[in-house]
Design a binder for this molecule. Sequence first.
Ligand SMILES: [Zn+2]
Length: 266
Amino acid sequence: MTVATAPDILRSAGLTAVVEDTWNLTPLGEFPAAAPVIVWHHDASPVGPSPGALDWIKNAYRAQDPSAQFWVDTAGVWHCIGKGLAWHAGKVLPGMPGNHQAVGIETDHTVGEEWPDELLDSLRKGTAALLKEWGHSPQQGLWFHKQICDPPGRKSDPDGLDIDQERDAVQRLMFPPVVSPSTPSSPSTDPTAPEADVTPDQIKSAVVAALASPSGQQAIKVAVDARLEAQFGNAEDPKSLLNRGFGRRVRAEVRAALRDFLGGKK
Ligand SMILES: [Zn+2]
């Protein structure tokens, strides 16, 4: 776990990572932390693609001037500038991560500019992949320059983003929410509506997903909920459906599907 493996981590996440000719240089020395946290920046270059910013940041890295380890362009391509220490944070508030704890990710962006989807998607995905590898939650691992700088207000980057929203977005990428494999064939919240067809395959996949869930003892309950959701959509509380008498037959169906599934595995 070092900064040096970052290009491989980014590529494994399906991103394009260009290793610049400055990547292996360490003008300020090696990056001291094995598992860095991450600070997002913007480079304040003109609106739109500013490819010239890449040379600027590479030259600054070589010259031990303020720079960063990464630069993400408007197309979402990660440019790996340097694996060593870089001055990107400046003075930070007490307790906030500084240059020796955090790598800096610069972005081709400026105040008031709309974030291109390609850039923001790639920034989130790459951040998720790096934090996962380095063992940090987004809560402890992702920071904004404008959030950590001392004095507060000294920096405005990354402009236009909200730290809580971005941590949530990165969290969802690191740990995607479990999606019910069942799809409602006729979503309805009207309990008097005629029962929709739910195929045996849908029930079986709900059971398989339930068995794979971390709490195995909850398998039947989860499968019943999934079965009810497949029929009624997720607007209905499974408990109220069970109370209205849907429970007995659904439980029997799920148990039968479970028996089939386990029988078929033998
Ligand atoms: Zn910054």
